[in-house]
Ligand binder design. Structure first.
Ligand code: B12
Ligand code: SF4
Length: 484
């Protein structure tokens, strides 16, 4: 059978703008492709590049004539996947269509649309696609907690509750990195003091060494996806995969890579022993950093350059509301530990739709106190699959909350007039840019990269500044009307 795996295009202009700073390979589809074993054939089509996704998909369908098309789907891609599935039904009605990924795992009922899909796949996909292909080949029916036949009477029962538990990592396929054009994926890189970088945009691979996180932050769906468990790969297996990656830069997409310090240390030591010299970026919680400062020093030697930390806020009340399980002092110490270890901090901070002008001003002061650091800001938005979503969805103002679930568009009414809110919000990015370590450390970069950064930064800032325009008038009217 011929299988085509499709990463959908990005509908929101803002998502496309952010892709000009960081565009990672479709690791989800590469792993699913690894589960498609010979004699089946598999290809990946990444529609997040290019301007004409429908034409590109039509061309691919005509050239390949796949028997099965599989979509990867995060919640903010659900609308795009619908559009593309509709096109496949017209152009190649014989193809079966499956949709998997985070959205299929947490909101399967949203995809129970027989006119568009044949199967919804929940949970890990490389194991599920083996079962699905085997059933399709035999002409047998399939219905279990991982592969749900769309429109079938048992769909509703199978869609209830959390997705199936993640399988043992030894059963999960290795990613088929060879199926994508690797020159297209990059991550902006800050560099060290006074360093001369060959490029600000090195080619970057992504890789996963663990799944899940035992914490339960209120805005995050990971505990629902992974059943609150932390599933870890064996250090030797991790290092074998890192060594096999062609790129020198690797972005770890683990939810939290350092939760088990023994395993994390073993990986770093193996990398050093085997002389695997690459540069890494990863996510870590501030309390993990405070609990194991030596681990981060060791990882620095092994090549860890940037750590993304969901600091979220430097205010005790906000951290408590997010159920973050850390206090502002832990966040401050984590910032200091990373600085001492010579690791660049990427600080992720949350803006509440409830913010007043004073709240924004306080966040500006926080930014200055954390600097120099890479900074990103998101708007607090409930994720489907969380209690937070269930408790607040009646108040949503976004016309399509899934499509607007990019943590930039507010789902809930803002206290300030929406236009004012986004003006302040875009200024945060400007302030963050001014404190970027790359600027503070006087890192030298090629002029063409500088121009590219300025151009994409200006476009992103402008899009953020005018984000209120994406909402209909009634949604804007539901927000605060105070003078700013
Ligand atoms: C790394 C990461 C990012 C990276 C980029 C990821 C990428 N692939 O491009 C960055 C930092 C850019 C990012 C940005 C965002 N992210 Co993010 N991200 C993650 C993280 C930590 C890992 C994602 C990943 O790469 N996983 C590795 C792959 C291999 O796993 P997977 O996607 O689950 O795929 C498996 C299965 O789902 C299944 N499967 C997947 N597709 C298919 C298809 C078929 C056909 C089949 C059969 C099976 C199948 O099999 C796969 C292989 O095992 C997740 C957390 C998580 N646990 O999912 C959050 C997560 C996906 N992100 C999230 C969010 C909200 C965002 C943002 C919208 C906002 C933000 N907070 O920054 C932006 C949006 C970016 C955009 N362009 O739209 C949410 C999404 C929730 C949702 N309802 O969709 C998550 C779950 C985090 C959370 N705390 O809730 N993210
Ligand atoms: S620490 Fe990160 S991955 Fe874990 S629950 Fe909180 S936000 Fe989610």
């Amino acid at each position: 059978m011929k299988v085509l795996l499709v990463r959908p295009h990005l509908i929101l202009a803002l998502s496309r703008r952010f892709n000009s700073f960081l565009h990672l390979e479709p690791l989800d589809l590469e792993i699913v492709a690894g589960g498609v074993e010979a004699p089946h054939e598999v290809e990946i089509l990444d529609l997040s590049h290019g301007r004409r996704p429908f034409a590109a998909l039509r061309r691919k369908l005509r050239a390949m004539r796949p028997d099965l098309v599989g979509f990867g789907c995060y919640s903010n891609q659900a609308a795009a996947v619908c559009e593309l599935a509709g096109l496949i039904r017209q152009v190649l009605p014989t193809a079966k269509i499956a949709v998997g990924g985070v959205h299929a795992s947490i909101a399967p009922q949203d995809l129970n649309r027989p006119e568009l899909y044949d199967f919804v796949v929940r949970g890990e996909g490389s194991v599920a696609i083996r079962r699905l292909l085997a059933a399709l080949e035999r002409g047998a029916s399939i219905a279990d907690e991982g592969v749900l036949p769309v429109g079938a009477p048992e769909f509703a029962a199978l869609a209830e509750g959390p997705p199936p538990a993640h399988p043992d990592y030894r059963e999960v396929a290795k990613p088929r990195r060879d199926l994508v054009d690797r020159s297209k994926y990059f991550c902006i890189w800050s560099g060290k003091p006074d360093e001369q970088l060959a490029t600000l945009y090195p080619r970057t691979a992504s890789m996963r060494t663990s799944v899940g996180c035992p914490r339960r932050c209120s805005f995050c769906v990971v505990h629902f996806l992974a059943h609150g468990r932390y599933i870890q790969r064996d250090p030797a297996d991790v290092v074998d995969e890192i060594a096999s990656i062609p790129e020198d830069y690797v972005y770890f997409v683990d939810d939290e890579m350092f939760i088990n310090p023994v395993r994390a240390e073993a990986i770093a030591r193996l990398l050093l022993e085997r002389g695997v010299r690459k540069q890494y970026v990863s996510w870590a919680r501030s309390d993990t950093i405070c609990a194991h400062p030596e681990l981060f020093k060791l990882w620095r030697q092994a090549g860890l350059q940037v750590v993304y930390v969901g600091l979220e806020s430097m205010e005790a009340d906000a951290l408590k509301n997010f159920n973050k399980g850390v206090d502002p002092d832990t966040n401050r110490r984590a910032v200091a530990i990373l600085r001492e270890a010579g690791i660049v901090l990427h600080s992720a901070l949350i803006v509440n739709p409830d913010f007043t002008k004073d709240d924004f001003l306080r966040l500006h002061r926080t930014v200055a106190a954390i600097a120099p650091a890479e900074m990103s800001f998101t708007v607090l938005a409930p994720s489907p699959g969380t209690d937070f979503w269930r408790d607040t969805c009646a108040r949503f103002i976004a016309p399509d909350p899934y499509a607007f679930y990019d943590c930039m568009h507010t789902l809930l009414p803002t206290r300030l007039p929406m236009r004012t809110f986004y003006r302040y919000f875009s200024l945060l990015y400007l302030r963050g840019f001014q404190h970027n370590p790359w600027r503070a450390h006087r890192v030298k970069v090629p002029f063409r990269d500088l121009l590219r950064l300025m151009w994409s930064g200006a476009r992103t800032g402008w899009t953020l500044h005018g984000l209120h325009r994406d909402y209909p008038p009634e949604a804007r009217a539901a927000c605060g009307q105070d003078a700013d």
